[in-house]
Ligand binder design. Sequence first.
Ligand SMILES: Nc1ncnc2c1ncn2[C@@H]1O[C@H](COP(=O)(O)OP(=O)(O)OP(=O)(O)O)[C@@H](O)[C@H]1O
Length: 464
Amino acid sequence: MFDRIIPEFVVVLQHKKHPLKQLLIIDDEEKHRSLLARIIRSEGYEVFEAGDCESGLKKLAQKAINVILCDVKLPDGNGIDLVPKIKERFPDVEIILLTAFGNISDSVQAMKDGAFDYIVKGNDNDKIIPLLSRAFEKVELRKRVRDLEKRVGKKYTFDSIIGNSPSILKAIELARKVSTTDATVLLTGETGTGKEVFAEAIHFASGRSNNSFVALNCSAFSKEILESELFGHKQGSFTGAIKDQKGLIEEANGGTLFLDEIGEMPLELQAKLLRLLETSEYLKIGDTKPSHSNFRLIAATNRDLKKESEEQHFRSDLYFRLNVFQVELPSLNSRVKDIKPLTKHFVEQFSAKSNRKTLGIDEGFLEKLSLYSWPGNIRELKNIVERAVILAEMNTLTIDDLPPEIQFIQEQKNNTLSAFSMASVEKLHIQKVLNHAKGNKAEAARLLEIGIATLYRKIEEYKL
Ligand SMILES: Nc1ncnc2c1ncn2[C@@H]1O[C@H](COP(=O)(O)OP(=O)(O)OP(=O)(O)O)[C@@H](O)[C@H]1O
């Protein structure tokens, strides 16, 4: 059916490549399918093929497919019925139906179920590539909108940083002061203390706020990928470099580059970064001409970079360059009084997210939270509140909505007496007298000069 159109497609379109665009053709007529696949591949798309509904669904689960060209008549089902099934499991995939002339009304119905469009076999051959291009554009647009929504939703300012304890207020004050300058900032603090939140707040309070805030976690990639992500590369500079790729340094031009977990950056890249900070120039991978970028650097670490540099794990010259202005973020267990406002904030946030009226918070719930040690800091608190909001069956969060380890830790705390407390002296004394009375409680109560009921209560309380 496509014999007539092959030459034009191949000649006109073979130079326009669309890497990373993946398409699936579901069609049982093998000859037509492979012909179609060949035409579309020549456009630069990556094409997968399936001969029936079942293997089509299997391919969909295995590959990151964006668009499907699906025949209506298939050996184990019908393309029209497949549309809602696919849309339910893979809502972002666009489906174009290949329909016979007599089945147009069915295909129109399929569009109501979410199909992108249909093509009449044999008649609409010249429409296929433009239609595919529109379908991929829709996929791309949806992705961009989602990314933007994420970025807009994520925008933190100093006013949205929650906490009233002196240590966090001091950090906010310092960060505010430095935000209006172009100085490099080093944010330190344990994991989950809000270093990225602070980095965003500094960016949005700076003169660069209308330009990009570009964040990269240095611990998330191998040296090679990190280098390419950061500095960018030229086409052909390594296997897989199929086109020139902008690096994040270039993306951050005019804005802010946030390097999280900078202590994890390989030494070789540290040297390149230092050179860039000193000269504002850098070399893309495979390039011989230096590039230039004007960005403000904010770095973050949960390591002791001074110690790391003394032990030669981190370049000391880079450490001095980064440590122009350090802001230390306090751990959550050093500012217990902020747990309440933070919890309230997250309860509001997650109640709204799950379309519930804002849940109340039981005092006991907050009390338990204040006893926990919070190794994961605010991130951990946020996760625990999210879990509690999901689990809550009543309109108020109670102790039952907390994970067992928090309740357990409190029990341990209650039972562990400080060696200097009156209670620990009392416990020890009662134990001694009980031993002296060989376990006879009436005798022990007499010696202690307390009532027998009081002794029983103490035995229970101190787990003697
Ligand atoms: N003061 C705050 N108010 C509200 N939410 C906060 C605050 N600080 C942190 N968070 C939330 O806590 C989570 C952890 O924050 P963030 O990612 O900034 O921590 P981090 O110190 O950069 O962690 P890591 O060192 O693991 O990268 C985020 O989901 C963030 O939204």
